[in-house]
Design a protein. Structure first.
Ligand code: SAH
Length: 215
């Protein structure tokens, strides 16, 4: 997410102490025993946090973690969670590539990927959050019955992702090329609101872990 320079960012980040965790490796393998909750859900690239904060509000029994490497967006997300008075959500200022430092094998029930960067050039594809090396990290972090829920406006990224999911051995369910034309319950993200206003369809899939990992 591209951000304008924010001169008061350090002060705002300071006020979010406790909501943005300083030493996230300390919670690896201990998320639910530390914070409570029946399930652990993660959003990767949470942006300004609308989706995760609203989802956390609706699901007080689930503990939510949002990771976002752009501080300017992260601080907005953390401020939203604080304003909503939520105790079942925290944010991490980290990169998805380091996921195993923060989540133990089989610790996650669900991963959300919402409007991930499309990285259109072929030589950038390895940076896509649905590139097979990322999907393999997620696989290890997910429980046996865990799943990844992906939404995007980008057809090319979606086609790529479906192929990558299947390559790594995920079982795809509920694929749609027009989410808003279905009756799937849906909480809109910031990007989703923007693209929907432009009349663009939203693609969505659920990718379930199963016993036959291939790569
Ligand atoms: N999910 C939000 C934001 C989408 S933009 C929404 O739908 O509105 C994609 C976000 O992913 C950006 O904010 C970007 O900073 C973040 N991101 C991209 N790659 C990342 C990575 N490797 N680790 C953590 N965050 C990442």
């Amino acid at each position: 997410m591209r951000m304008r320079k924010k001169p008061n960012l350090p002060k705002r980040l300071e006020r979010c102490a406790g909501m943005i965790l300083e030493e996230p490796t300390a919670y690896c393998g201990k998320w639910l025993s530390t914070f409570g909750g029946s399930q652990l859900h993660l959003e990767i690239g949470a942006g300004k946090g609308k989706f995760l904060v609203e989802t956390a509000k609706e699901n007080p029994d689930i503990f939510f973690v949002g990771i976002e490497r752009e501080e300017g967006a992260l601080v907005v997300a953390a401020e939203k969670a604080i304003a909503a008075g939520l105790s079942n959500i925290r944010f991490l200022d980290v990169d998805a590539v380091n996921l195993p430092d923060f989540f133990a094998t089989g610790e996650l029930d669900r991963i959300y990927l919402n409007f991930s960067d499309p990285w259109p050039k072929k030589k950038q594809w390895k940076r896509r959050l649905t590139y097979r090396s990322f999907l393999s990290l997620y696989w290890d972090a997910l429980k046996a019955d865990g799943a990844i829920f992906q939404k995007t406006d980008n057809q090319k990224l979606f086609e790529f992702s479906l192929n990558e999911f299947s390559e790594v051995g995920y079982r795809l369910k509920n694929i749609t090329f027009d989410l808003h034309a279905t009756d799937t319950p849906n909480i809109m993200t910031e990007y989703e609101t923007r693209f929907t206003e432009l009349g663009m369809p939203i693609y969505r899939t659920e990718a379930y872990k199963q016993e036959t990992k291939r790569t």
